[in-house]
Design a protein around this ligand. Structure first.
Ligand SMILES: [Zn+2]
Length: 130
């Protein structure tokens, strides 16, 4: 399956070589790039050298192409981008912005929600990202 991840603002492709690349700024004003594995449910993360982040610390995520913010305004500490499968099937991927919190939602165009991850330890209202 061919998977492309897109910025919801500029629709530029934000994945390369099995990684989704996001620009990040932490609550302690550290900045850098975050590489997330493109496979849903794989939570391996690589950070560029200027970025250090503590467990549980919240980061703001930005598109590395157009620099628009990917944070979801409603709700708490979530970000969103688009997953395109085989060039046709489009869904939203919602991730936690808290470092180490392994939460992923996939919401398709029929608003069907799939939940992935281990530590769904806090309440998240699906209305926040629909
Ligand atoms: Zn963009």
């Amino acid at each position: 399956m061919e998977v492309t991840y897109l910025c919801p603002h500029c629709r530029g492709a934000i994945n390369a070589d099995n990684n989704i690349v996001l620009s990040a700024k932490t609550s302690k004003n550290k900045i850098g790039l975050v590489l997330l594995h493109e496979e849903i449910g794989n939570y391996s993360v690589t950070l560029s050298s200027s970025l250090t982040v503590d467990e549980g610390e919240i980061a703001d995520f930005y598109c590395p192409i157009c620099h628009e913010c990917l944070n979801i305004k409603k709700g708490d500490s979530l970000a969103r981008y688009i997953r395109l499968e085989n060039g046709v099937d489009e869904s939203f991927i919602i991730i936690s912005r808290a470092y180490g919190e392994r939460i992923t939602f996939k919401v398709d165009k029929n608003r069907h929600i799939e939940t992935y991850g281990e530590s769904l330890s806090r309440f998240i209202d699906p209305e926040w990202f629909l």
